[in-house]
Write a protein that binds this ligand. Structure first.
Ligand code: DP6
Length: 353
């Protein structure tokens, strides 16, 4: 019998190259289409989570997220505006672990979780993927979970399953909870010359959450059905091949196309979802103008469910691009946060305990 178990984990956010948008199963978070992403360098952006299991008579759950603490009882599914975690999803993860683990007495512990991001939560970058991935790793390790860690993370937030691994990661649809899993396609050092730059154009909270937005799209968008087909029949395989071959020209074209198709689906949703704003569109124009200067593509953009932009560029063009962004382009532009440059090849997820 163990009285105290402590585990710490650090995971980085991921950026989808081929995006997930729409669920086949809402409860189990099984997606309509597979997706592929890149996990960022955890030195630049990461969520660090620690989990303590204590043998006491107390069955409370205490969660601290970026210095805000909430305590709730086992099984409390009540929703409050000041909740710092989606309790329903949290208990789904927790119960999944407790039902299939090596601890003989998994329900006998008090749970304390502390999580913080090394980037401002309000800077407009998704922290739920890195946060739920780190939580899933901690739960898995602390309880000795016998299932797949990416399944656990997915039950917290779909895109989180991809943050369980570093490098290039694929999440396949599946039909059941146990076969909708993420796995690593290539390690981060596979394409060392790749850089990702996050342009923070707005730092507020999203107007419509991804969870809600994709539900509306599934219910109302015909274009979504077409996108699911093209992603499943062509794009996933093509993206995997372009990354394998390190073919930046084709990679860039497909990243841009998939981001645009996703936002077209948002526009086809009724009522429409506008995630990109005028500044986002200015960036799109800039990227195409920049690419038109050469015969092959040098730069790609991708936008998630918000106005902020992720740029993909190889080492050989990085300095030129940063110079243009800082000295010419963004001089007249209100950037909320500095340009974050990220080289993929550095640090991957870390777990200790
Ligand atoms: C646009 O994973 O945040 O970033 O599964 O409901 O928690 P839930 O949604 P979430 O959706 C992410 C959507 C996206 C695309 C992507 O990351 O693939």
């Amino acid at each position: 019998m163990t009285d105290k178990i402590l585990v710490t984990c650090e995971c980085a956010p991921n950026i989808a190259l081929i995006k997930y948008w729409g669920k086949l199963n809402e409860e189990l978070i099984i997606p309509l289409n597979g997706s592929i992403s890149i996990t960022l360098d955890r030195d630049v952006l990461s969520s660090k989570t620690s989990l303590i299991l204590l043998k006491t008579n107390n069955r409370n759950i205490q969660i601290t997220l970026n210095n805000k603490t909430q305590v709730f009882n086992e099984g409390d599914l009540s929703k409050n505006s000041n909740d710092i975690i989606n309790k329903k999803r949290f208990f789904t993860m927790l119960n999944k672990v407790r039902q299939n683990c090596i601890l003989s007495d998994p329900f006998e512990y008090e749970i304390k979780i502390k999580s913080s991001n090394n980037f401002p939560t309000a800077c407009g970058l998704a922290s739920s993927a890195s946060g739920f991935a780190a939580l899933a790793h901690c739960l898995s390790k602390a309880y000795g979970y016998k299932g797949d860690v990416s399944e656990l993370a997915r039950l917290g937030s779909g895109s989180a399953c991809r943050s369980c691994f570093g490098g290039f990661v694929k999440w396949t649809t599946g039909e059941n909870s146990f076969d909708s899993l993420a796995s690593r396609l290539f390690p981060s050092n596979h394409w060392e010359e790749m850089n990702i730059i996050a342009l923070i154009l707005e730092d507020g909270k999203k107007s419509v959450s991804s969870t809600h937005g994709m539900k509306e799209s599934v219910q109302t968008s015909d274009l979504l059905k077409e996108r699911v087909k093209i992603v499943e029949n062509e794009r996933l395989l093509n993206m995997e091949n372009f990354v394998r071959e390190k073919n930046f020209d084709e990679f860039a074209r497909l990243v841009v196309q998939d981001s645009n198709t996703f936002h077209a689906v948002c526009l086809d949703t009724y009522p429409p979802l506008f995630y990109m704003n005028d500044k986002s569109k200015e960036i799109v124009k800039f990227v195409h103008e920049y690419n038109n200067l050469d015969s092959s593509l040098k730069l790609a953009y991708s936008f998630d469910a918000g106005p902020n932009c992720f740029l993909f560029v190889l080492d050989q063009h990085l300095n030129e691009l940063l110079f243009l962004l800082r000295n010419i382009y963004f001089r007249n532009f209100d950037l909320k946060d500095k340009v974050v440059s990220n080289n993929l090849s550095k640090k991957e997820n870390f777990i200790n305990g």
